[in-house]
Design a protein around this ligand. Structure first.
Ligand SMILES: O=C(O)C(=O)CO
Length: 273
């Protein structure tokens, strides 16, 4: 049965970030993920997770200056020291929070930048990051992101990410397959799952409806079929990762907010009990 994690950076937007852990627990989630927790007190986040026995299954390493448009540093040639510091901070937080997966964002090369250089730098930095986290048990994740939401982001196609993972050849480097980004960029998401999940290179899924990035049960993404396919392939391959709910709830608090939009999740939760 697919296992779902609530993305605390997207769900429960009307609540303060730290209060979203308990809200996810009340909705029956046993795992969460988040993007950038770094401006909250680490100890408080640890306590909030522990209070409700919640697992943190994925987080992002710092990605540079978000407000200035940065979306990761790994492929930016002139940001080596900043990349290393960001990776180290992410790894330290992941360790403290017992989080097994750290997403390392590639970044958006400057307009006109030499993309061959960006790809080479990206792979070199990922190799460095794997060495730097050797022995930590941490799996590093790379995620193709669609160009509508993140124009100029280096990595947009599943095949590109899988080629990087195959070339580097570490079982601690995996693809974060966001079905929303995949459907928006490449379409035919069921065929994409069928193609890539059996490779053993997918470490995590995320989901949202297409194209509005709302609850996954509405829109053009065949989410329920995708979950069934992930379940079927997991049964034959032993894959046992998580599907992160990284979407923008359509209902505001007066309409029940995030919780009221979780009807699609109930059958999976009931089956897991
Ligand atoms: O935008 C996304 O989909 C991400 O997961 C970035 O962290």
């Amino acid at each position: 049965m697919p296992q779902f994690a609530a993305n605390l950076s997207w769900l429960y937007p009307h609540l303060p970030f730290l209060d979203r852990v308990a809200a996810a627990a009340r909705d029956g989630f046993r795992a969460v993920e988040c993007t950038f927790p770094y401006d909250r007190p680490l100890r408080v986040l640890q306590d909030r997770l522990n209070d409700v026995s919640m697992r943190l299954v994925l987080m992002n390493a710092p990605c540079g200056d978000w407000a200035a448009g940065e979306r990761g540093l790994a492929a930016l040639p002139d940001r080596e020291a900043d990349f290393r510091a960001a990776l180290q901070q992410g790894a330290d937080w992941a360790h403290a929070l017992d989080c097994p997966r750290l997403h390392v964002l590639a970044g958006c090369p400057a307009p006109g930048a030499d993309l061959a250089t960006a790809w080479a730098v990206y792979e070199e930095r990922l190799r460095w990051a794997l060495d730097a986290t050797q022995g930590s048990g941490l799996t590093l994740m790379i995620e193709p992101i669609n160009a509508h939401d993140m124009p100029g982001y280096l990595l947009s196609e599943q095949a590109q990410a899988h080629a990087v993972v195959a070339r580097i050849g570490s079982d601690r480097l995996k693809v974060q397959m966001d079905l929303y980004h995949c459907q928006r960029t490449e379409g035919d998401v069921l065929a994409q799952i069928q193609k890539w999940l059996p490779t053993g290179q997918v470490g995590h899924f995320q989901v949202a409806g297409v194209p509005d990035r709302g609850e996954p049960d509405q829109g053009e993404l065949p989410a329920l079929d995708a979950f069934a396919l992930i379940d079927e392939i997991s049964a034959s391959t032993g894959w046992s990762g998580w599907i992160g709910c990284e979407y923008r709830p359509r209902r505001d608090p007066s309409q029940g907010g995030t919780s009221a939009g979780l009807d699609w999740l109930r059958p999976y939760q009931d089956a897991a009990v």
